[in-house]
Ligand binder design. Sequence first.
Ligand code: NAP
Length: 248
Amino acid sequence: MPMGVVIVTGASRGIGRACALRAAAAGYQVVVNYASNVEAATEVVSTIIAAGGRAVACRGDVSVEADIEHIFAAADRMGTLAGLVNNAGIVSRSGRVEDYTIERLQRLFAINVTGAILCAREAVRRMSTRRGGKGGAIVNVSSIASVLGSPNEYVDYAASKGAIDSFTVGLSKEVALEGIRVNAVRPGMITTDIHEASGDPGRVERIRPTIPMQRIGEPDEVAGAVLWLLSAEASYCTGSLLTISGGR
Ligand code: NAP
């Protein structure tokens, strides 16, 4: 029986890449969305196809509504949408709130919050049984920053993930009777390129000792949880915020 299509936003690198590879291994057809790094996205698709899976790369900025429509149109061409991993996200340079500019805030919230909500809207339009869909699952990639607040680093990023947590809970209740489960993962410090954007090269090593497990997580350790939340194994799980942070 076909598993259906899963869209992973920001799937060319890091946590999204690991989710795309795991989704394909689980039998889903995968839309590998990326913003600009076509080489990385092509590598993910090639890896999936070489392993016998099905995937397409699809460029699109989740802060642009027309690009989101383009990403979902790519999924529609592949088959029936079964899931969305709302993973694309950015941080800004480390700094204090008193130094923020409106441009920084608008870009961050457009990608991390508005983009994720618009992607979820498109997924609900396709998956809701109320609209003739077959149901499905949405997994939002939040962050443990939503709980910790990230003072002196990126309080704005933490707040954007707080919005994702609230959105997850609210949407899960809204579509609970429509065959759609909505959950979030809250990763702690994970080995990806995202930390370079902070402009603070010592940050990861400074934080490591504060993690009870005293190590940085791997993208695949987040992807395993994401794929469980997408799967029928998580059939009674909705509105959950699953922390994956080494105990932080
Ligand atoms: P990453 O390694 O920096 O990768 C970011 C991915 O998102 C890339 O595929 C990038 O595409 C894509 N992307 C960036 N802006 C986009 C946009 N506007 N539209 C569509 N795609 C876009 O990031 P990551 O660390 O894997 O983070 C993934 C998610 O996990 C984010 O939501 C992040 O907040 C969350 N998270 C990460 C950590 C961590 O420690 N790494 C911890 C907690 C939460 P290109 O390759 O084309 O640039």
